[in-house]
Design a protein. Structure first.
Length: 569
Protein backbone atom coordinates (compact mmCIF):
# COMPACT_ATOMS: atom_id res chain seq x y z
CA UNK A 1 0.00 0.00 0.00
CA UNK A 2 0.99 3.63 -0.48
CA UNK A 3 1.83 5.19 2.87
CA UNK A 4 2.62 8.71 1.69
CA UNK A 5 2.94 10.85 -1.41
CA UNK A 6 5.22 13.88 -1.81
CA UNK A 7 4.88 16.21 -4.79
CA UNK A 8 7.08 19.23 -5.60
CA UNK A 9 6.76 21.67 -8.49
CA UNK A 10 4.12 19.76 -10.44
CA UNK A 11 1.64 22.06 -12.27
CA UNK A 12 0.02 24.28 -9.57
CA UNK A 13 1.65 22.40 -6.67
CA UNK A 14 4.61 23.99 -4.88
CA UNK A 15 4.93 21.16 -2.41
CA UNK A 16 2.46 18.86 -0.70
CA UNK A 17 2.55 15.71 1.39
CA UNK A 18 -0.32 13.24 1.74
CA UNK A 19 -0.38 10.41 4.30
CA UNK A 20 -2.84 7.76 3.11
CA UNK A 21 -4.59 5.17 5.27
CA UNK A 22 -5.15 1.48 4.72
CA UNK A 23 -8.82 1.53 3.62
CA UNK A 24 -10.76 3.95 1.41
CA UNK A 25 -9.05 7.30 0.80
CA UNK A 26 -11.27 9.88 -0.91
CA UNK A 27 -9.99 13.07 -2.54
CA UNK A 28 -12.48 15.74 -3.49
CA UNK A 29 -12.55 19.44 -4.27
CA UNK A 30 -14.00 22.11 -6.50
CA UNK A 31 -13.79 21.64 -10.26
CA UNK A 32 -10.40 22.89 -11.40
CA UNK A 33 -8.88 22.71 -7.93
CA UNK A 34 -6.20 20.31 -9.14
CA UNK A 35 -7.53 16.80 -8.54
CA UNK A 36 -6.11 15.67 -11.89
CA UNK A 37 -2.67 16.93 -10.82
CA UNK A 38 -2.61 14.37 -8.00
CA UNK A 39 -3.48 11.62 -10.48
CA UNK A 40 -0.83 12.89 -12.93
CA UNK A 41 1.72 12.73 -10.12
CA UNK A 42 0.65 9.17 -9.33
CA UNK A 43 1.01 8.27 -13.01
CA UNK A 44 4.59 9.51 -12.98
CA UNK A 45 5.38 7.05 -10.19
CA UNK A 46 3.63 4.28 -12.12
CA UNK A 47 6.14 4.69 -14.94
CA UNK A 48 3.94 6.53 -17.41
CA UNK A 49 5.43 8.94 -19.94
CA UNK A 50 6.29 12.39 -18.57
CA UNK A 51 5.41 15.72 -20.14
CA UNK A 52 7.74 18.61 -19.34
CA UNK A 53 4.65 20.81 -19.29
CA UNK A 54 3.87 19.24 -15.90
CA UNK A 55 6.79 21.14 -14.33
CA UNK A 56 5.54 24.21 -12.48
CA UNK A 57 6.02 27.45 -14.38
CA UNK A 58 9.28 29.16 -13.47
CA UNK A 59 10.87 26.00 -12.04
CA UNK A 60 13.72 23.94 -13.47
CA UNK A 61 12.87 20.59 -11.88
CA UNK A 62 9.98 18.62 -10.40
CA UNK A 63 9.99 15.72 -7.94
CA UNK A 64 7.44 13.05 -7.02
CA UNK A 65 8.04 10.47 -4.29
CA UNK A 66 5.99 7.78 -2.57
CA UNK A 67 6.66 5.58 0.43
CA UNK A 68 5.06 2.14 0.12
CA UNK A 69 4.75 -0.92 2.26
CA UNK A 70 4.92 -4.27 0.46
CA UNK A 71 5.52 -7.94 1.16
CA UNK A 72 9.09 -8.15 -0.13
CA UNK A 73 8.86 -11.95 -0.42
CA UNK A 74 6.27 -11.54 -3.18
CA UNK A 75 8.75 -9.41 -5.15
CA UNK A 76 11.94 -11.40 -4.54
CA UNK A 77 12.25 -12.18 -8.27
CA UNK A 78 12.12 -8.47 -9.14
CA UNK A 79 14.69 -7.48 -6.53
CA UNK A 80 17.04 -10.29 -7.58
CA UNK A 81 16.72 -9.57 -11.29
CA UNK A 82 17.43 -5.86 -10.78
CA UNK A 83 20.13 -6.36 -8.11
CA UNK A 84 18.18 -4.45 -5.45
CA UNK A 85 18.02 -5.13 -1.73
CA UNK A 86 14.68 -6.64 -0.75
CA UNK A 87 12.81 -4.51 1.80
CA UNK A 88 9.20 -4.22 2.94
CA UNK A 89 9.63 -0.43 3.03
CA UNK A 90 9.86 0.88 -0.52
CA UNK A 91 10.73 4.44 -1.57
CA UNK A 92 9.87 5.24 -5.19
CA UNK A 93 10.87 8.59 -6.69
CA UNK A 94 11.01 10.32 -10.03
CA UNK A 95 12.68 13.59 -10.99
CA UNK A 96 11.82 15.64 -14.06
CA UNK A 97 13.80 18.47 -15.64
CA UNK A 98 12.90 21.02 -18.27
CA UNK A 99 16.03 19.83 -20.12
CA UNK A 100 14.29 16.48 -20.59
CA UNK A 101 16.32 14.56 -18.02
CA UNK A 102 14.21 11.95 -16.27
CA UNK A 103 15.56 10.00 -13.27
CA UNK A 104 13.71 7.12 -11.57
CA UNK A 105 14.82 5.58 -8.29
CA UNK A 106 13.84 2.55 -6.21
CA UNK A 107 15.16 2.80 -2.65
CA UNK A 108 17.69 5.36 -3.85
CA UNK A 109 19.00 3.19 -6.71
CA UNK A 110 18.59 4.63 -10.22
CA UNK A 111 16.49 2.36 -12.45
CA UNK A 112 15.10 2.61 -15.97
CA UNK A 113 11.57 3.83 -16.61
CA UNK A 114 10.58 0.36 -17.84
CA UNK A 115 11.92 -1.20 -14.62
CA UNK A 116 9.92 1.27 -12.51
CA UNK A 117 6.79 0.50 -14.52
CA UNK A 118 7.32 -3.27 -14.23
CA UNK A 119 7.49 -2.95 -10.44
CA UNK A 120 4.58 -0.55 -9.97
CA UNK A 121 2.31 -2.51 -12.32
CA UNK A 122 2.44 -5.26 -9.68
CA UNK A 123 1.61 -2.95 -6.78
CA UNK A 124 -0.78 -0.23 -8.00
CA UNK A 125 -3.66 -0.31 -10.47
CA UNK A 126 -4.90 3.12 -11.62
CA UNK A 127 -8.14 3.49 -13.49
CA UNK A 128 -9.59 6.65 -14.94
CA UNK A 129 -12.00 7.45 -17.74
CA UNK A 130 -9.21 7.51 -20.29
CA UNK A 131 -6.75 5.11 -18.67
CA UNK A 132 -6.33 1.53 -19.90
CA UNK A 133 -6.75 -0.89 -17.05
CA UNK A 134 -5.08 -4.25 -16.70
CA UNK A 135 -8.39 -6.09 -17.16
CA UNK A 136 -9.07 -4.31 -20.46
CA UNK A 137 -6.13 -6.11 -22.08
CA UNK A 138 -7.02 -9.52 -23.54
CA UNK A 139 -3.53 -10.78 -22.68
CA UNK A 140 -4.44 -10.49 -18.97
CA UNK A 141 -7.81 -12.24 -19.14
CA UNK A 142 -6.44 -15.77 -18.87
CA UNK A 143 -4.45 -14.97 -15.73
CA UNK A 144 -7.59 -13.41 -14.21
CA UNK A 145 -9.52 -16.64 -14.83
CA UNK A 146 -6.62 -18.66 -13.37
CA UNK A 147 -6.61 -16.53 -10.22
CA UNK A 148 -10.37 -16.78 -10.01
CA UNK A 149 -10.23 -20.57 -10.44
CA UNK A 150 -8.15 -20.93 -7.28
CA UNK A 151 -6.08 -23.93 -6.17
CA UNK A 152 -7.44 -26.41 -8.73
CA UNK A 153 -6.18 -24.38 -11.66
CA UNK A 154 -3.01 -23.44 -9.80
CA UNK A 155 -2.22 -27.14 -9.25
CA UNK A 156 -2.85 -27.98 -12.91
CA UNK A 157 -0.65 -25.10 -14.10
CA UNK A 158 2.12 -26.25 -11.75
CA UNK A 159 1.86 -29.80 -13.10
CA UNK A 160 2.02 -28.51 -16.68
CA UNK A 161 5.01 -26.36 -15.83
CA UNK A 162 6.88 -29.40 -14.48
CA UNK A 163 6.06 -31.50 -17.56
CA UNK A 164 7.08 -28.62 -19.82
CA UNK A 165 10.46 -28.28 -18.10
CA UNK A 166 11.02 -32.04 -18.51
CA UNK A 167 10.09 -31.80 -22.20
CA UNK A 168 12.51 -28.93 -22.82
CA UNK A 169 15.27 -30.86 -21.01
CA UNK A 170 14.74 -33.98 -23.16
CA UNK A 171 14.60 -31.92 -26.35
CA UNK A 172 17.91 -30.29 -25.48
CA UNK A 173 19.48 -33.69 -24.88
CA UNK A 174 18.20 -34.93 -28.24
CA UNK A 175 19.48 -31.80 -29.98
CA UNK A 176 22.83 -32.38 -28.28
CA UNK A 177 23.26 -35.73 -30.02
CA UNK A 178 22.25 -34.50 -33.42
CA UNK A 179 18.48 -34.24 -33.67
CA UNK A 180 16.61 -36.68 -35.90
CA UNK A 181 18.07 -39.65 -37.76
CA UNK A 182 18.53 -37.86 -41.09
CA UNK A 183 20.19 -34.92 -39.43
CA UNK A 184 22.56 -37.21 -37.51
CA UNK A 185 23.43 -39.04 -40.75
CA UNK A 186 24.27 -35.76 -42.46
CA UNK A 187 26.38 -34.64 -39.51
CA UNK A 188 28.21 -37.98 -39.32
CA UNK A 189 29.03 -37.90 -43.04
CA UNK A 190 30.43 -34.39 -42.79
CA UNK A 191 32.47 -35.19 -39.66
CA UNK A 192 33.90 -38.38 -41.24
CA UNK A 193 35.04 -36.37 -44.26
CA UNK A 194 36.64 -33.70 -42.07
CA UNK A 195 38.49 -36.22 -39.91
CA UNK A 196 39.71 -38.15 -42.97
CA UNK A 197 40.90 -34.98 -44.70
CA UNK A 198 42.95 -33.85 -41.72
CA UNK A 199 44.32 -37.29 -40.85
CA UNK A 200 45.42 -38.01 -44.44
CA UNK A 201 47.27 -34.71 -44.51
CA UNK A 202 49.47 -35.97 -41.60
CA UNK A 203 49.81 -32.44 -40.33
CA UNK A 204 52.41 -31.66 -37.67
CA UNK A 205 52.91 -28.63 -35.42
CA UNK A 206 55.31 -26.01 -36.84
CA UNK A 207 55.46 -27.69 -40.23
CA UNK A 208 54.40 -24.67 -42.25
CA UNK A 209 57.08 -22.42 -40.72
CA UNK A 210 59.76 -25.03 -41.50
CA UNK A 211 58.53 -25.31 -45.10
CA UNK A 212 58.56 -21.57 -45.60
CA UNK A 213 62.14 -21.44 -44.28
CA UNK A 214 63.21 -24.23 -46.67
CA UNK A 215 61.48 -22.43 -49.55
CA UNK A 216 63.47 -19.29 -48.81
CA UNK A 217 66.71 -21.30 -49.01
CA UNK A 218 65.76 -22.82 -52.33
CA UNK A 219 64.79 -19.45 -53.76
CA UNK A 220 68.24 -18.06 -52.83
CA UNK A 221 70.36 -21.21 -53.35
CA UNK A 222 72.80 -19.63 -55.85
CA UNK A 223 73.60 -16.65 -53.64
CA UNK A 224 73.99 -18.86 -50.57
CA UNK A 225 76.36 -21.28 -52.36
CA UNK A 226 78.55 -18.45 -53.70
CA UNK A 227 78.79 -16.82 -50.25
CA UNK A 228 79.70 -20.08 -48.52
CA UNK A 229 82.30 -21.02 -51.16
CA UNK A 230 83.90 -17.60 -51.08
CA UNK A 231 84.09 -17.71 -47.32
CA UNK A 232 85.79 -21.09 -47.39
CA UNK A 233 88.29 -19.93 -49.98
CA UNK A 234 89.24 -16.82 -48.05
CA UNK A 235 89.70 -18.73 -44.81
CA UNK A 236 91.50 -21.82 -46.11
CA UNK A 237 92.78 -21.46 -49.62
CA UNK A 238 93.59 -17.84 -50.14
CA UNK A 239 93.50 -15.90 -53.36
CA UNK A 240 95.80 -14.90 -56.23
CA UNK A 241 97.14 -11.89 -54.40
CA UNK A 242 97.88 -13.39 -51.03
CA UNK A 243 97.60 -16.28 -48.62
CA UNK A 244 94.51 -17.47 -46.82
CA UNK A 245 93.40 -16.07 -43.49
CA UNK A 246 94.53 -19.26 -41.76
CA UNK A 247 98.02 -19.13 -43.33
CA UNK A 248 98.45 -15.56 -42.17
CA UNK A 249 97.46 -16.54 -38.65
CA UNK A 250 99.96 -19.41 -38.78
CA UNK A 251 102.68 -16.88 -39.60
CA UNK A 252 101.67 -14.90 -36.51
CA UNK A 253 101.80 -18.05 -34.39
CA UNK A 254 105.37 -18.81 -35.62
CA UNK A 255 106.56 -15.32 -34.83
CA UNK A 256 105.06 -15.34 -31.32
CA UNK A 257 106.44 -18.84 -30.64
CA UNK A 258 109.99 -17.44 -30.94
CA UNK A 259 109.46 -14.83 -28.17
CA UNK A 260 106.78 -16.37 -25.92
CA UNK A 261 109.38 -17.61 -23.42
CA UNK A 262 110.46 -14.06 -22.58
CA UNK A 263 107.16 -12.97 -21.06
CA UNK A 264 104.19 -14.90 -19.63
CA UNK A 265 101.77 -12.47 -21.32
CA UNK A 266 103.26 -13.35 -24.74
CA UNK A 267 102.59 -17.03 -24.00
CA UNK A 268 98.96 -16.40 -23.07
CA UNK A 269 98.45 -14.31 -26.19
CA UNK A 270 99.92 -17.12 -28.26
CA UNK A 271 97.47 -19.60 -26.73
CA UNK A 272 94.52 -17.39 -27.58
CA UNK A 273 95.62 -16.98 -31.21
CA UNK A 274 96.16 -20.74 -31.51
CA UNK A 275 92.60 -21.33 -30.19
CA UNK A 276 91.29 -18.86 -32.76
CA UNK A 277 93.13 -20.69 -35.47
CA UNK A 278 91.48 -23.98 -34.46
CA UNK A 279 88.05 -22.33 -34.48
CA UNK A 280 88.61 -20.71 -37.88
CA UNK A 281 89.78 -24.01 -39.30
CA UNK A 282 86.56 -25.70 -38.11
CA UNK A 283 84.54 -22.86 -39.59
CA UNK A 284 86.34 -23.30 -42.91
CA UNK A 285 85.43 -27.01 -42.94
CA UNK A 286 81.77 -26.14 -42.12
CA UNK A 287 81.69 -23.60 -44.94
CA UNK A 288 82.99 -26.21 -47.33
CA UNK A 289 80.44 -28.79 -46.18
CA UNK A 290 77.54 -26.31 -46.35
CA UNK A 291 78.50 -25.14 -49.80
CA UNK A 292 78.66 -28.72 -51.07
CA UNK A 293 75.10 -29.37 -49.76
CA UNK A 294 73.49 -26.25 -51.22
CA UNK A 295 71.84 -26.77 -54.58
CA UNK A 296 68.60 -25.78 -56.36
CA UNK A 297 65.98 -28.57 -56.51
CA UNK A 298 63.05 -27.53 -58.72
CA UNK A 299 61.04 -30.64 -57.87
CA UNK A 300 61.45 -30.01 -54.14
CA UNK A 301 60.34 -26.42 -54.62
CA UNK A 302 57.13 -27.63 -56.30
CA UNK A 303 56.51 -30.10 -53.46
CA UNK A 304 56.97 -27.34 -50.85
CA UNK A 305 54.54 -24.99 -52.61
CA UNK A 306 51.92 -27.72 -52.88
CA UNK A 307 52.31 -28.66 -49.20
CA UNK A 308 52.06 -25.04 -48.05
CA UNK A 309 48.89 -24.65 -50.14
CA UNK A 310 47.45 -27.86 -48.62
CA UNK A 311 48.16 -26.63 -45.08
CA UNK A 312 46.64 -23.24 -45.95
CA UNK A 313 43.46 -24.91 -47.20
CA UNK A 314 43.16 -26.89 -43.96
CA UNK A 315 43.67 -23.73 -41.89
CA UNK A 316 41.01 -21.85 -43.87
CA UNK A 317 38.54 -24.62 -43.01
CA UNK A 318 39.44 -25.68 -39.52
CA UNK A 319 41.66 -23.18 -37.67
CA UNK A 320 44.26 -20.44 -37.78
CA UNK A 321 47.20 -22.65 -36.81
CA UNK A 322 48.28 -26.28 -37.14
CA UNK A 323 47.45 -26.71 -33.43
CA UNK A 324 43.87 -25.46 -33.97
CA UNK A 325 43.40 -27.72 -37.01
CA UNK A 326 44.59 -30.76 -35.03
CA UNK A 327 42.35 -29.78 -32.09
CA UNK A 328 39.39 -29.50 -34.46
CA UNK A 329 40.16 -32.96 -35.78
CA UNK A 330 40.18 -34.42 -32.26
CA UNK A 331 36.83 -32.84 -31.38
CA UNK A 332 35.31 -33.93 -34.69
CA UNK A 333 36.54 -37.48 -34.06
CA UNK A 334 34.90 -37.49 -30.60
CA UNK A 335 31.66 -36.03 -32.01
CA UNK A 336 31.63 -38.61 -34.79
CA UNK A 337 32.04 -41.40 -32.26
CA UNK A 338 29.10 -40.08 -30.23
CA UNK A 339 26.93 -39.83 -33.33
CA UNK A 340 27.80 -43.35 -34.38
CA UNK A 341 26.67 -44.58 -30.96
CA UNK A 342 23.72 -42.16 -30.69
CA UNK A 343 21.00 -44.07 -32.51
CA UNK A 344 19.92 -46.05 -29.50
CA UNK A 345 20.02 -42.98 -27.22
CA UNK A 346 18.10 -40.91 -29.77
CA UNK A 347 15.38 -43.55 -30.06
CA UNK A 348 15.02 -43.61 -26.27
CA UNK A 349 14.82 -39.80 -26.01
CA UNK A 350 12.37 -39.56 -28.93
CA UNK A 351 10.06 -42.02 -27.21
CA UNK A 352 10.29 -40.09 -23.93
CA UNK A 353 9.57 -36.80 -25.71
CA UNK A 354 6.52 -38.32 -27.39
CA UNK A 355 5.29 -39.57 -24.02
CA UNK A 356 5.81 -36.16 -22.39
CA UNK A 357 3.97 -34.39 -25.22
CA UNK A 358 1.04 -36.78 -24.89
CA UNK A 359 0.96 -36.16 -21.12
CA UNK A 360 1.21 -32.41 -21.64
CA UNK A 361 -1.64 -32.31 -24.13
CA UNK A 362 -3.81 -34.35 -21.76
CA UNK A 363 -3.06 -31.83 -19.01
CA UNK A 364 -3.76 -28.97 -21.44
CA UNK A 365 -7.24 -30.31 -22.10
CA UNK A 366 -7.86 -30.88 -18.38
CA UNK A 367 -6.70 -27.34 -17.59
CA UNK A 368 -8.83 -25.93 -20.41
CA UNK A 369 -11.92 -27.67 -19.00
CA UNK A 370 -11.18 -26.28 -15.53
CA UNK A 371 -10.69 -22.79 -16.95
CA UNK A 372 -13.95 -22.94 -18.88
CA UNK A 373 -15.84 -24.02 -15.77
CA UNK A 374 -14.25 -21.19 -13.78
CA UNK A 375 -15.14 -18.80 -16.61
CA UNK A 376 -18.79 -19.90 -16.53
CA UNK A 377 -18.91 -19.16 -12.81
CA UNK A 378 -17.18 -15.83 -13.39
CA UNK A 379 -19.67 -14.91 -16.10
CA UNK A 380 -22.59 -15.41 -13.70
CA UNK A 381 -20.89 -13.36 -10.97
CA UNK A 382 -20.02 -10.49 -13.33
CA UNK A 383 -23.61 -10.35 -14.58
CA UNK A 384 -24.84 -10.18 -10.96
CA UNK A 385 -22.35 -7.43 -10.09
CA UNK A 386 -23.36 -5.42 -13.15
CA UNK A 387 -27.02 -5.82 -12.29
CA UNK A 388 -26.28 -4.49 -8.79
CA UNK A 389 -24.54 -1.55 -10.43
CA UNK A 390 -27.55 -0.58 -12.51
CA UNK A 391 -26.91 -2.65 -15.64
CA UNK A 392 -29.55 -5.41 -15.37
CA UNK A 393 -29.55 -6.04 -19.13
CA UNK A 394 -25.78 -6.45 -19.37
CA UNK A 395 -24.32 -9.71 -20.63
CA UNK A 396 -20.78 -10.94 -20.11
CA UNK A 397 -18.91 -13.81 -21.73
CA UNK A 398 -15.39 -15.26 -21.65
CA UNK A 399 -14.75 -16.49 -25.18
CA UNK A 400 -12.18 -19.23 -25.60
CA UNK A 401 -10.45 -19.93 -28.91
CA UNK A 402 -10.79 -23.57 -30.04
CA UNK A 403 -8.11 -25.76 -28.53
CA UNK A 404 -5.64 -26.91 -31.24
CA UNK A 405 -5.36 -30.63 -31.90
CA UNK A 406 -2.56 -32.79 -30.52
CA UNK A 407 -0.41 -32.60 -33.64
CA UNK A 408 -0.84 -28.83 -34.07
CA UNK A 409 -0.44 -28.05 -30.39
CA UNK A 410 2.20 -25.52 -29.35
CA UNK A 411 4.08 -26.44 -26.19
CA UNK A 412 3.76 -23.78 -23.52
CA UNK A 413 4.51 -23.57 -19.84
CA UNK A 414 1.06 -22.51 -18.63
CA UNK A 415 -1.37 -24.05 -21.09
CA UNK A 416 -2.45 -23.27 -24.63
CA UNK A 417 -5.79 -21.54 -24.04
CA UNK A 418 -6.57 -18.15 -25.57
CA UNK A 419 -9.46 -16.18 -24.12
CA UNK A 420 -10.96 -12.70 -24.32
CA UNK A 421 -13.74 -11.07 -22.31
CA UNK A 422 -16.79 -9.86 -24.24
CA UNK A 423 -19.53 -7.57 -22.94
CA UNK A 424 -22.92 -6.25 -23.96
CA UNK A 425 -24.01 -3.36 -21.74
CA UNK A 426 -27.64 -3.31 -22.86
CA UNK A 427 -30.13 -6.03 -23.59
CA UNK A 428 -30.29 -6.88 -27.29
CA UNK A 429 -26.90 -5.39 -28.14
CA UNK A 430 -24.20 -7.69 -29.51
CA UNK A 431 -21.32 -8.75 -27.31
CA UNK A 432 -18.11 -6.84 -28.01
CA UNK A 433 -14.54 -7.13 -26.68
CA UNK A 434 -14.22 -5.53 -23.26
CA UNK A 435 -11.59 -3.14 -24.58
CA UNK A 436 -14.11 -1.68 -27.07
CA UNK A 437 -16.48 -0.25 -24.45
CA UNK A 438 -16.81 3.47 -25.13
CA UNK A 439 -19.05 4.93 -22.38
CA UNK A 440 -17.18 6.31 -19.35
CA UNK A 441 -20.05 5.40 -17.03
CA UNK A 442 -20.23 1.85 -18.36
CA UNK A 443 -16.47 1.41 -18.08
CA UNK A 444 -16.60 2.70 -14.52
CA UNK A 445 -19.20 0.17 -13.44
CA UNK A 446 -17.69 -2.73 -15.35
CA UNK A 447 -14.29 -2.08 -13.84
CA UNK A 448 -15.81 -1.71 -10.39
CA UNK A 449 -17.57 -5.05 -10.84
CA UNK A 450 -14.29 -6.70 -11.75
CA UNK A 451 -12.46 -5.05 -8.89
CA UNK A 452 -15.06 -6.21 -6.42
CA UNK A 453 -14.76 -9.77 -7.72
CA UNK A 454 -10.97 -9.72 -7.97
CA UNK A 455 -10.34 -8.24 -4.51
CA UNK A 456 -8.08 -10.76 -2.85
CA UNK A 457 -7.35 -12.72 -6.06
CA UNK A 458 -4.15 -10.97 -7.23
CA UNK A 459 -1.19 -9.21 -5.64
CA UNK A 460 -2.25 -5.64 -6.48
CA UNK A 461 -2.33 -3.86 -3.12
CA UNK A 462 -3.54 -0.39 -4.12
CA UNK A 463 -6.34 0.63 -6.48
CA UNK A 464 -6.63 4.22 -7.67
CA UNK A 465 -9.90 5.41 -9.21
CA UNK A 466 -9.92 8.79 -10.96
CA UNK A 467 -13.52 10.00 -11.11
CA UNK A 468 -14.83 6.64 -12.31
CA UNK A 469 -18.24 7.73 -11.04
CA UNK A 470 -18.94 9.66 -14.24
CA UNK A 471 -22.56 9.18 -15.28
CA UNK A 472 -23.57 7.76 -11.87
CA UNK A 473 -25.90 9.45 -9.41
CA UNK A 474 -28.72 8.87 -6.94
CA UNK A 475 -29.33 5.34 -5.68
CA UNK A 476 -26.70 3.93 -8.03
CA UNK A 477 -24.10 6.22 -6.44
CA UNK A 478 -24.88 4.61 -3.08
CA UNK A 479 -24.45 1.13 -4.58
CA UNK A 480 -21.11 2.17 -6.07
CA UNK A 481 -19.97 3.55 -2.72
CA UNK A 482 -20.83 0.22 -1.05
CA UNK A 483 -18.81 -1.60 -3.69
CA UNK A 484 -15.89 0.74 -3.06
CA UNK A 485 -16.10 0.10 0.67
CA UNK A 486 -16.22 -3.66 0.04
CA UNK A 487 -13.07 -3.52 -2.08
CA UNK A 488 -11.34 -1.32 0.51
CA UNK A 489 -11.71 -4.05 3.14
CA UNK A 490 -9.12 -6.08 1.15
CA UNK A 491 -7.16 -3.43 -0.75
CA UNK A 492 -6.10 0.12 -0.24
CA UNK A 493 -8.31 2.33 -2.40
CA UNK A 494 -7.56 5.94 -3.40
CA UNK A 495 -10.51 7.58 -5.12
CA UNK A 496 -10.95 11.01 -6.70
CA UNK A 497 -14.69 11.70 -6.73
CA UNK A 498 -17.44 14.29 -6.87
CA UNK A 499 -20.13 12.03 -5.38
CA UNK A 500 -21.17 12.69 -1.75
CA UNK A 501 -22.13 9.01 -1.32
CA UNK A 502 -18.54 7.88 -2.01
CA UNK A 503 -17.03 10.70 0.06
CA UNK A 504 -19.24 9.65 2.98
CA UNK A 505 -17.93 6.09 2.77
CA UNK A 506 -14.27 7.18 3.13
CA UNK A 507 -11.97 6.04 5.90
CA UNK A 508 -9.99 9.22 5.26
CA UNK A 509 -11.16 12.35 3.42
CA UNK A 510 -8.77 14.75 1.70
CA UNK A 511 -9.74 18.15 0.33
CA UNK A 512 -7.94 19.61 -2.67
CA UNK A 513 -7.96 23.42 -2.70
CA UNK A 514 -6.73 26.02 -5.17
CA UNK A 515 -5.91 29.58 -4.15
CA UNK A 516 -4.12 32.62 -5.55
CA UNK A 517 -1.37 34.46 -3.70
CA UNK A 518 1.04 37.15 -4.84
CA UNK A 519 0.15 36.70 -8.48
CA UNK A 520 0.56 32.90 -8.47
CA UNK A 521 -1.94 30.03 -8.22
CA UNK A 522 -1.32 27.19 -5.79
CA UNK A 523 -2.89 23.80 -5.03
CA UNK A 524 -2.88 22.16 -1.59
CA UNK A 525 -4.26 18.95 -0.12
CA UNK A 526 -5.32 18.53 3.51
CA UNK A 527 -6.83 15.65 5.44
CA UNK A 528 -10.23 16.58 6.88
CA UNK A 529 -11.49 16.14 10.39
CA UNK A 530 -14.86 14.45 10.91
CA UNK A 531 -16.63 17.80 11.03
CA UNK A 532 -14.74 19.11 7.99
CA UNK A 533 -15.53 15.91 6.10
CA UNK A 534 -19.23 16.36 6.83
CA UNK A 535 -19.02 19.93 5.50
CA UNK A 536 -17.33 18.70 2.30
CA UNK A 537 -19.97 15.97 1.82
CA UNK A 538 -22.65 18.65 2.23
CA UNK A 539 -20.94 20.80 -0.41
CA UNK A 540 -20.78 17.82 -2.80
CA UNK A 541 -24.45 17.10 -2.16
CA UNK A 542 -25.84 20.58 -2.64
CA UNK A 543 -23.19 22.86 -3.96
CA UNK A 544 -23.77 25.22 -1.04
CA UNK A 545 -23.77 24.50 2.66
CA UNK A 546 -27.28 24.60 4.18
CA UNK A 547 -28.93 22.97 7.15
CA UNK A 548 -30.60 20.43 4.90
CA UNK A 549 -27.38 19.61 3.03
CA UNK A 550 -25.54 19.18 6.36
CA UNK A 551 -28.33 16.92 7.64
CA UNK A 552 -28.12 14.87 4.41
CA UNK A 553 -24.33 14.67 4.79
CA UNK A 554 -24.70 13.48 8.36
CA UNK A 555 -27.21 10.85 7.30
CA UNK A 556 -24.85 9.64 4.57
CA UNK A 557 -22.01 9.48 7.04
CA UNK A 558 -24.03 7.46 9.60
CA UNK A 559 -25.32 5.13 6.89
CA UNK A 560 -21.74 4.61 5.66
CA UNK A 561 -20.58 3.68 9.16
CA UNK A 562 -23.34 1.05 9.42
CA UNK A 563 -22.43 -0.41 6.02
CA UNK A 564 -18.71 -0.60 6.86
CA UNK A 565 -19.50 -2.12 10.24
CA UNK A 566 -21.48 -4.85 8.50
CA UNK A 567 -18.66 -5.42 5.98
CA UNK A 568 -16.13 -5.76 8.81
CA UNK A 569 -18.32 -8.49 10.29
Amino acid sequence: MIQSLTVRNIALIDELNIDFVKGLNVLSGETGAGKSIIVDSMNLLLGERADRELIRSGQEKAHVEAALYIDSNAFSDFFMENELDADDELIISRDLSITGKNVCRVNGVVVSLSTLKALMDRIVDLHGQHEHQSLLYAKNHLSFIDNYGGEKIKTLVLRISELYESLISKQKLLAGIGGDEKERARDAELLAFQVQEIEEAQLSKGEEDALREEREKLNHAQAIMQALSAGYAELYMGGDEGGSALSLIQDVIRQLSQVSMYDEAYGKLLERIQESAFILEECAHDLRDFSENVFFDEQRQIEIEERIEQIGALKRKYGNTEEEVLAFCEKARERLERLQNAEEEADRLTAEIQKLQDALYTEYTTLSEARRKAAEKLERQVRKELADLGMPGADFEARFAPLPGREASPWKKSGIDEVEFYLSTNEGEPLRPLSKIASGGEISRVMLAFKNISAGLDDISTLIFDEIDTGISGKMALVVSEKMASIARLRQVICVTHLPQIAAMADANFLIRKYAEEGATHTTVARLTEEEATDEIARLAGGIETASSRKYAGDLRRNAREIKKALDG
